[in-house]
Design a protein around this ligand. Structure first.
Ligand code: ZN
Length: 417
């Protein structure tokens, strides 16, 4: 049996404990904050949480048997959860960054054979070892930024072989790397150039071949579609998501990122667990998402990187939509692994409060990828995924922006940073 771990005397312990479903409205401000907080961990799981005085009374006599961490003057939170990434990809696209700064749009670059198609080419050409190595380094970086669970999408293959290659790499990394990975199949990430003008044939390929192949090996939990003008129509998206559902995949949608296109509405209609981006979501779409309980996954780093106005996070929370936030880690529109930066941006560019940003990056993110029973909050029975931050309170974490404040990270009770 491993020695227990006891983190005590934290200036603030953010538990985000309590409640059942994803949080919305005023619940998004409830951090379950404990001043002078303390957590007792046994066998990788959280055994008890409370004030240091309470934990002293309960566990004080076993102090010598435990590894004790003094967290005086510091903040402790649950490990962050990143619910939307594309972290397995080949190559890199720094040249496009320059092009975009010179005036080219996302769609200009994509139509010129760059963008996602360039990454698909480089991903197809990469060996499994190369892709694995790159993805592993990105996971290490997530961990250094306090992220202990990520969702990861395929979608840089858009042929069966490469889609499976990406998903196999996620499966291997999930077994070997401390960060937990929740895989999503996203064959419908773009229309591959070889299918231009034959889009319906590619939709059939996804439905008839890719989804059955992915699910027969149990390689994904979710099925995601890029519903956007010039990519997949709402009608095609619906068919792909319904086909996934028949094979047990839960729908997600990249919705209304570039143009308003009914993506938020579709997410509500098909019962998607979450809709992503939503920069141009309509009022009606937001209302329908609130009614259906669809989680809005907002990506303010992507909006910043593309020099677009961020999604209406404040209005969505006020309208009762549960909100989560994510890096959208990808080579084209958000090559970052920093969830702390994303929390900063949630406050700065979407007017979310510091508390709302933390809830969005922990328990709501966990709900958005179905890991709420083991991650996203500090509660007895959950995995001991914890971050110690070199700041004195949660407001300071959001206020001192663009800086990595991570002091230590524990994954399942093991110190990994
Ligand atoms: Zn994405």
């Amino acid at each position: 049996m491993r020695r227990p771990l006891w983190i005590k005397n934290a200036a603030q312990l953010v538990t985000v404990a309590g409640g059942k479903g994803p949080r919305s409205g005023p619940e998004m401000s409830d951090l379950g904050l404990i001043e002078d907080g303390s957590v007792w961990i046994e066998n990788g799981k959280i055994k008890a949480v409370g004030t240091t005085a309470e934990m002293n009374a309960q566990f004080g006599e076993w102090e010598e048997d435990a590894d004790v961490i003094e967290a005086y003057g510091k903040l402790v939170t649950p490990g962050l959860v990143d619910p939307h990434t594309h972290f397995v990809y080949g190559g890199s696209r720094e040249k496009e960054f320059e092009m975009r700064l010179e005036g080219a749009s996302y769609m200009d670059i994509m139509n010129a054979g760059g963008g996602i198609h360039a990454t698909a080419r480089m991903t197809r050409e990469s060996t499994e070892e190369e892709l694995y190595g790159q993805a592993e380094r990105r996971l290490d970086s997530f961990l250094r930024h306090g992220v202990t669970t990520v969702e990861g999408k395929s979608g840089y293959g858009m042929d069966l072989e490469t889609e499976l290659k990406q998903l196999h790499i996620m499966k291997q990394l999930n077994e070997r790397h401390p960060v937990d990975i929740v895989p999503t199949f996203m064959g419908a990430h773009a229309i591959p150039p070889e299918y231009k003008g034959r889009e319906e044939e590619f939709v059939s390929l996804i439905i008839d071949e890719m989804i059955p192949a992915v699910t027969s090996e149990k390689l994904a939990v979710f099925n995601d579609v890029f519903c956007e003008i010039g990519v997949y129509t709402p009608e095609q998206s619906r068919r792909i998501l319904e086909a996934g559902r028949r094979h047990g995949l839960i729908p997600k949608i990249h919705a209304d990122e570039i143009e308003p296109y009914g993506g938020a509405e579709l997410a509500a209609e098909v019962g998607a667990i979450s809709a992503e981006h939503l920069l141009k979501a309509s009022d009606e779409g937001i209302r329908k998402m609130a009614e259906a309980g669809v989680i809005a996954c907002l990506l303010p780093a992507t909006a910043l990187y593309l020099r677009e106005k961020a999604a209406r996070g404040r209005e969505m929370i006020d309208a009762g939509v549960p909100v989560t936030i994510s890096t959208d880690c990808n080579p084209g529109s958000s090559p970052t692994t920093s969830m702390p930066l994303v929390m900063n941006l949630a406050c700065i560019s979407m007017r979310m409060s510091p508390a709302e940003a933390l809830v969005a990056a922990t328990i709501n993110a966990a709900h958005a990828i179905g890991v709420q029973d083991k991650a996203g909050s500090i509660e007895p029975g959950k995995q001991a995924d914890l971050v110690l931050w070199n700041v004195k309170n949660y407001q300071e974490l959001q206020y001192l922006f663009g800086v990595n404040h991570v002091g230590a990270v524990w994954k399942k009770g093991e110190k990994v940073i």
